[in-house]
Design a protein around this ligand. Structure first.
Ligand SMILES: [Zn+2]
Length: 137
C-alpha cells in the first residue's frame, strides 16, 4: 500500500516550477474618485508594480488618451484634470495593458521593454517574440 504522504510528495514534485508573477494575471483595477474638477486615482503605485511598468509611463498614456493633464503626487496618488468616470479610466488602462503589456503572439503579460537602436521593443518572456512598440509622446 502506498503511503499517502509519499504519494502527495511525488505529485508535488511533478508540478512545474513557478513561471513568474503573472501566472494568474488579472486586470488590475484603478481606484478613483472625482473631486471638484479633478479625478484622483489612489492606487497607481499598485497598478504600476503589478504591471511592472513605470508610473510615469502609465500616466502619460492615460492622460494622452483622455486628452488632459495629470500630476503624479507620490504614494500612488495621481491627479487628472477633468472629471472621468472610473470605468473610463479602467477601459483606458485595459488599452494600455493590451498595447504595452500583453504579447501579441501568445497573450502572455510577462513581457519586458527593451530599447534597440532607440526603438522600444516588447520582448515576451514566454514565447520570446519581439515587436516594436508604438511611441508614447
Ligand atoms: Zn509571447
Amino acid at each position: 500500500m502506498l503511503d499517502y504522504d509519499k504519494l502527495l510528495e511525488r505529485v508535488r514534485q511533478k508540478l512545474p516550477e513557478k513561471t513568474g508573477l503573472h501566472e494568474r494575471f488579472q486586470m488590475p483595477v484603478l481606484d478613483s474618485f472625482v473631486e471638484g474638477n479633478k479625478t484622483i486615482v489612489k492606487n497607481m503605485n499598485t497598478i504600476a508594480s503589478y504591471l511592472n511598468r513605470d508610473i510615469a509611463n502609465i500616466v502619460k498614456f492615460l492622460s494622452r488618451e483622455m486628452a488632459t493633464y495629470a500630476t503624479i503626487e507620490g504614494g500612488g496618488r495621481v491627479v487628472f484634470v477633468g472629471k472621468f468616470l472610473n470605468k473610463i479610466l479602467n477601459a483606458k488602462l485595459e488599452v494600455f495593458v493590451n498595447t504595452f503589456i500583453k504579447c501579441k503572439e501568445c497573450g502572455s503579460p510577462d513581457t519586458k521593454i527593451e530599447t534597440q537602436d532607440r526603438v522600444q521593443i516588447m520582448h515576451c518572456m514566454a514565447c520570446q517574440a519581439k515587436r516594436p512598440l508604438p511611441k508614447l509622446k
